[in-house]
Design a protein around this ligand. Structure first.
Ligand code: C2E
Ligand code: CA
Ligand code: CA
Ligand code: CA
Length: 278
């Protein structure tokens, strides 16, 4: 008995330190990832349910690690946030996404709006609004083609957030609340924040057919959005039944594997032309 505890303790400690080491190694590699051009963006199309057309995409960052291969943003974005690397990486993401919309435009595609995920640290950095303004000026993208995605977890400082969001709105960009409903935050921020769009989290849409609570929550979000005059994007649509339900419920836009997974800019461009010429 007496010897068992220390053994287990040691085992436990060593597994923690392995995790920590792994994380530090990744953080170290992430430092060079930008300069080494290991980061790239994919774009996931969003379908406008009223017109049946693709009018927007979400930009999603990817990391092709030279030794470890593909690393999920779910793993490296938190590391980027904790280490402060999210500042240069986030700026690169924003600039690359805006540039890409201009490239598609130059290639003859109709106007596409791009949604870019913002991290808390990025939004709360000293001159975040100026940085975003500079990116718009540098890339010559019309602000209405940029949507910024924030999450409910960012509502910790409502006053500060309200100020920043109003400044961003004044630039002409639109604001979406990502993963809406998953944040356990009070809904009162909806009164103060100049928000344009709610993105219903995949977890609510998944069991829309079988789970009456999830269905009720989706209905509630759609009805609330209508009253507040907000657009709704339903995320993570994988099945035709989910799509039919959302069409019938007059949801504005859907995004999910049923339509397309996130793809390279070239694939998006090729598919777009095929899709809209049918
Ligand atoms: P998110 O912003 O909620 O992005 C949606 C995630 O759902 C993406 O995962 C996307 O590939 C995935 N997805 C889309 N449709 C479906 C579907 O039908 N079924 C399923 N199972 N999944 C679907 P991804 O690309 O792995 O990104 C994970 C998270 O990492 C994002 O969640 C976001 O929080 C973060 N992230 C990704 N790119 C960026 C970025 O450029 N900047 C920041 N700050 N965070 C990012
Ligand atoms: Ca998002
Ligand atoms: Ca989301
Ligand atoms: Ca998410």
């Amino acid at each position: 008995e007496a010897q068992k505890t220390p053994t287990r303790l040691r085992f436990y400690e060593s597994s923690i330190s392995k995790e920590t080491t792994e994380r530090l190694l990744l953080e170290n590699d992430l430092h060079d990832a930008l300069a080494n051009q290991e980061l790239f963006l994919e774009y996931q199309p969003q379908l406008d349910l009223r017109t049946g057309q693709i009018k927007s995409v979400e930009a999603l960052v990817r990391w092709q690690h030279p030794k470890k291969g593909w690393i999920s943003p779910g793993v490296f974005i938190p590391i980027a946030e904790e280490s402060g690397l999210i500042i240069p990486i986030g700026q690169w993401i924003l600039e690359t996404a805006c540039q890409q919309v201009k490239r598609w435009e130059a290639a003859g595609l109709p106007p596409i709006k791009v949604a870019v995920n913002l991290s808390l640290g990025q939004l709360f950095q000293q001159n975040s609004v100026e940085i975003i303004q500079n990116v718009l000026e540098k890339t010559q993208l019309k602000p209405k083609y940029l949507q910024l995605e924030i999450t409910e977890s960012m509502t910790i400082n409502i006053d500060h957030m309200t100020t920043i969001l109003h400044k961003l709105k004044a630039l002409g960009v639109t604001i979406a609340v990502d993963d809406f409903g998953t944040g356990y935050s009070s809904l009162s921020y909806l009164k103060d924040f100049p928000i344009d769009c709610l993105k219903i989290d995949r977890s609510f849409v998944q069991k829309i057919q079988s789970n009456s609570t999830d269905k009720a929550l989706v209905d509630m979000i759609l009805s609330m959005a209508k009253h507040l005059q907000l657009k709704v994007v339903a995320e993570g649509i994988e099945e035709i039944e989910q799509l039919s339900y959302l069409v019938a419920s007059q949801c504005d836009t859907i995004q999910g594997f049923l339509l397309s997974k996130p793809v390279s800019p070239r694939t998006f461009q090729e598919n777009y032309v095929t899709l809209h010429n049918d």
